[in-house]
Design a protein around this ligand. Structure first.
Ligand SMILES: [Zn+2]
Ligand SMILES: [Zn+2]
Ligand SMILES: [Zn+2]
Length: 955
């Protein structure tokens, strides 16, 4: 007889080999055809809303690993919350305006003079990349309302941006001013704080005499220093230090600290009289060391505040540079006397305002000196550095060597990576303090939950320290600022009614209407210049800082959404439950969204802000295409950047999903092919476990074959109890955004608890017992629950595999056709189990003994004493208590140890001996048995019974 035929071997259509890259597109197609996400959202009608708002990626280029990390994390959250019963309408967004696209279009098409044509080309460019990125995001298995994304170039969105601006105007926070801002001379644009990157940069380091030439001033100063006798023997100066010689033409003052002591240092002149040069008295040694001069402090000290107003002379411009006072002057670098150019520094600017100095910046948008700077007109400022230094050397005002350099952290442009300058231009600003926006923002930060906690201090520091928000850009591709100027007198006209009128036109026609229509179309009836009464106006040609546009997204998307009667409204209108982006957004999108929140509603727009780390290589360096390609080009690394589509082609998107859940995303996440290969191995184990589960429940009808808990085997009760524990752990991991814990709990369950223990033991019962009787059905009841619940629990992470498992799972009456419509399992869904805790503990205790027995069996196998563990009879000696425990569960022992027999003995010491099992090997189940009757019996008593019943059944 072929006994194999009588065994219940696993059967399933769920393939062992995943072939993810080939299989996934089919699953994506089913989701799309079955409208799974749409049905899921619809089924949550009237449920509590979880509003989760997408930070828009920039519509430029293919997606990179940072996007993948971000989008998969969001997808895990969206799916988890949906499965939990929340209504989550996740609208993907794209940031479409701004300089990078404008530059890319100009690179492709050359210079385009007509702004409307340039805008149209930019629009097409953005739309093209939205399409590309959308397909790439979908390929990752993400759910979103891809049919109705939000785009910052959509007319209704643009109109909301204008309305957000109107709120700031209404508050009185918007003003126009000359103010120094970061400026890239290469990209020809103002830069926002978030667009600045700091790199080390080598700059000049010069010490410069600002002479006190006026005789009266000189006498007065020397008298204060008790050095009147030096009036004719010495030249007198105030010494400054700077790393940006090019800002010297714009010098208008020298700032001293009011409380510092200043004193004259005598320095031998290179030609002519020695200098007496004023520095902070405690800076003596620092100046001597870094300027390499031999100095001698002379006379008495004088407080900074007593020198206010003293006139020094600019070393090459025809004007004085007076002494002013400022608290920010420090005594850690320089001379304690600070070169002040209000047009080229933020602090200088503030000091300039205080002293009525001009915001003077004689540098044009290309970074060239204007004609006002006679000596250096037309020169590029960075090139002028050396020329200015040489000039100072020649004229005798340079204290130190013209070759001195300093390496320090210096602001660079995020686009072109070139050093930027600080330059005053006429711009539109939102005041941080005039209407209390800064203070309100800081207090709102405390109302938000920041995960991880350090986010709170990070963003708070950034809001506290930021200058007023420069919202204007002198470019084309963006939403125009809806301001007017009087044609007659040039007075700016900033009015809510103009903005509202513009918004209603833009809502229908798009922001290009501002360019197409005449100014009068945006002017309410009877509008006159507030200064001269003229009714003739011209339009502003600046556009918005794109960060204002993206920061308005909660107002343009989430609020709009509700106004359109989005069901299941949250009473706290418009306030988003969760923002989730990279940790650099504390100065970017989180920051500007907060400021817009304060401007529009005096409230933070979000209740929780979660940040993720960056994608790094195995050494912890940013894994970015440009960096890696650069390193490869210079031979510093052997392998280049691997584009995501290649990874997906090789491993499948599912492995990227597993990768995202593998580490704590609040830290940086390492990416390498080695890591993916390891994850593929761990995926294979999870898949095989699912395959085993599915294979052994293919004949199980969950509605009619399930065994009631009271009738289940102890081991199966243990398994259900373990499942209950697993469910609560994974659920709390999701709730706390600790997906790596769900990942690790799953690996442990699958590999350690199931594969290496429970399923191993069950094989005999599943394959050899009666197909439909209690012993096997009891095991299947547990297996079914594990398979069904693990699959639903893992659906947010392993979306493709979970759907595949679900498809192959025997269904209950009324089960949906997608795992995403089947909800999340809850620990309480598992019915109460008889003596659950006690049974769990008993099995765990037996499992510990099994560990010890297994070691002995392994070494017996290694020494070829036995082949399989079924050839073994274990002889267990145990002290009284343990012996009693084992004796009580004696009948479970052979199964749990996977041996043919166990013999127990009471002894002083615990010991396990491996012996050969007596009797012969059953031809059906391979267990050893001792036959009582004739010696030609091939199979054991149990198997004999099974076959007899099977034959009766067959008849
Ligand atoms: Zn630049
Ligand atoms: Zn006017
Ligand atoms: Zn047998």
């Amino acid at each position: 007889m072929d006994y194999k035929e009588t065994l219940n071997l696993p059967q399933t259509a769920f393939p062992m080999k995943a072939n993810l890259a080939q299989r996934e597109p089919g699953i994506l197609k089913t989701w799309e055809e079955k409208k799974v996400y749409q049905r899921l959202v619809k089924s949550r009608n009237g449920c509590p809303v979880f509003s989760f708002h997408d930070g828009p990626p920039y519509a430029n280029g293919h997606i990179h690993y940072g996007h993948i990390l971000n989008k998969i994390l969001k997808d895990i959250i969206v799916k988890h919350k949906c499965l939990e019963g929340f209504l989550v309408r996740y609208i993907p967004g794209w940031d479409c305006h701004g300089l990078p696209i404008e530059l890319a279009v100009e690179r492709e098409e050359g210079e385009i003079k007509d702004p409307l044509e340039l805008r149209e080309k930019c629009r097409l460019y953005a739309e093209k990349y939205i399409k590309i990125q959308m397909e790439e995001f979908k390929r990752l298995g993400t759910f979103a309302t891809y049919d109705t994304p939000y785009k910052t170039l959509n007319p209704p969105y643009e109109a909301q941006v204008l309305r957000a601006l109107a709120s700031f105007v209404l508050k009185g926070a918007v003003y126009r001013s000359d103010m120094p801002i970061f400026w890239c001379i290469n990209c020809h644009t103002a830069l926002a704080l978030a667009e600045i990157e700091y790199y080390d940069h080598e700059s000049h380091s010069i010490y410069v005499h600002f002479p006190v030439e006026d005789e009266q001033e000189r006498k007065k100063l020397l008298r204060m220093c008790n050095l009147e006798d030096k009036v004719s023997s010495h030249r007198v100066s105030v010494m400054i230090w700077t790393t940006t010689p090019w800002t010297l033409p714009a010098n208008l003052a020298i700032a001293l600290h009011p409380q510092f002591d200043y004193q004259m240092m005598e320095i031998q002149g290179k030609n002519g009289k020695p200098w007496l040069s004023l520095i902070a008295s405690n800076m003596e040694s620092k100046v001597e060391m870094s300027a390499q001069v031999k100095g001698k402090m002379m006379g008495s000290t004088v407080k900074g505040k007593d020198l206010e107003g003293l006139k020094t002379r600019h070393p090459f411009e025809d004007r004085d540079s007076p002494i002013v006072l400022a608290d920010y002057v420090t005594d850690d670098t320089g001379t304690g006397a600070v070169h002040t150019a209000p047009g080229h520094g933020a602090e200088d600017y503030v000091t300039g305002l205080k002293y009525g100095l001009k915001t003077y910046a004689p540098v044009d948008g290309n970074g060239r000196f204007t004609d006002e700077v006679k000596l250096f007109a037309g020169m590029n400022v960075f090139e002028a550095n050396q020329i200015i230094v040489d000039y100072l050397l020649k004229t005798g005002f340079l204290v130190n060597s013209p070759k001195d350099r300093i390496t320090h952290s210096y602001p660079h442009c995020w686009r072109c990576k070139e050093p930027v300058i600080f330059r005053a231009t006429s711009q539109w600003f939102i005041s941080m303090d005039k209407t209390g926006i800064r203070n309100k923002a800081i207090s709102e930060i405390d109302e938000v939950r920041w995960i991880p906690e350090w986010g709170r201090d990070d963003i708070k520091g950034k809001v506290e320290g930021r200058p007023d928000w420069c919202i204007s850009r002198q470019r084309v591709w963006g939403v125009p600022l809806p301001f007017l100027y009087c044609e007659n007198c040039g007075e700016p006209c900033v009015r809510v009614d103009v903005i509202e009128k513009t918004a209603s036109i833009v809502e229908k026609e798009g922001s290009k209407a501002w360019l197409l229509r005449p100014a009068k179309d945006f002017m309410p009836e009877g509008l006159r210049c507030s200064k001269c009464g003229s009714s003739s106006m011209r339009k502003e040609s600046d556009i918005f800082d794109v960060w204002f546009e993206s920061g308005s997204s909660w107002f343009a998307v989430c609020v709009q959404e509700e106004d359109q009667g989005f069901e299941g409204k949250d009473p706290k209108r418009g306030f988003v439950d969760l923002y989730l982006e990279g940790k650099d957004q504390h100065r970017g999108w989180f920051h500007t969204a907060l400021l817009i929140g304060i401007g529009v509603r005096d409230k933070a727009p979000y209740r929780r802000v979660l940040t993720h780390g960056f994608v790094v290589d195995e050494e912890g360096k940013r894994y970015s295409k440009s960096k890696i390609e650069k390193l490869k080009a210079t031979g510093q690394v052997s392998s280049g950047y691997i584009p995501p589509e290649q990874i997906i082609e090789k491993y499948g998107a599912e492995i990227l999903r597993l990768w995202v859940s593998y580490e704590d995303f609040r830290n940086d996440i390492a990416f390498s092919e080695k890591i993916l290969a390891r994850l593929t191995e761990s995926y294979r184990k999870i898949r095989n476990t699912f395959r085993f589960l599915l294979g052994n429940i293919s004949d199980f009808n969950p509605d009619s074959d399930a065994v009631a808990p009271e009738k289940m085997e102890m081991l199966d009760i243990w398994a259900l109890s373990r499942l209950r524990n697993y469910i609560s752990r994974v659920r709390s991991a999701y709730d706390n955004y600790e997906f790596h814990k769900a990942h690790h709990d799953t690996s442990y369950l699958m590999n350690v608890d199931l594969s290496a223990f429970y399923l191993d033991i069950l094989k005999d019962r599943l394959y050899c017992e009666d197909k439909t009787l209690r012993l096997r059905r009891s095991a299947q009841t547990s297996l079914y629950a594990i398979c069904r619940d693990a699959c639903r629990l893992l659906a947010p992470i392993l979306s493709f595999t979970a759907e595949e498992v679900w498809e192959n799972l025997p269904k209950k009456e009324g089960d949906p056709d997608s795992v995403f419509l089947a909800g999340m399992p809850r620990p309480e869904d598992i019915p109460p189990l008889p003596d659950e805790d006690k049974v769990y503990q008993i099995i765990e205790n037996l499992r510990e003994i099994r560990e010890e027995a297994n070691q002995k069996i392994e070494s017996a196998r290694a020494s070829k004493f036995i082949g399989s563990s079924l050839e073994v009879m274990l002889n267990i000696k145990a002290p009284k208590n343990r012996y009693r425990f084992l004796f009580e569960y004696e009948n479970l022992l052979p199964d749990i140890f996977i041996v043919s027999a166990v013999k127990l003995e009471e002894a002083e010491e615990f010991a396990v001996e491996v012996k050969k099992a007596p009797g012969k090997k059953c031809a059906r189940c391979w267990k050893y048995f001792v036959s009582e009757g004739s010696s030609d019996v091939e199979i054991c008593q149990r198997c004999k019974g099974v076959i007899e019943r099977l034959q009766v059944g067959l008849k």
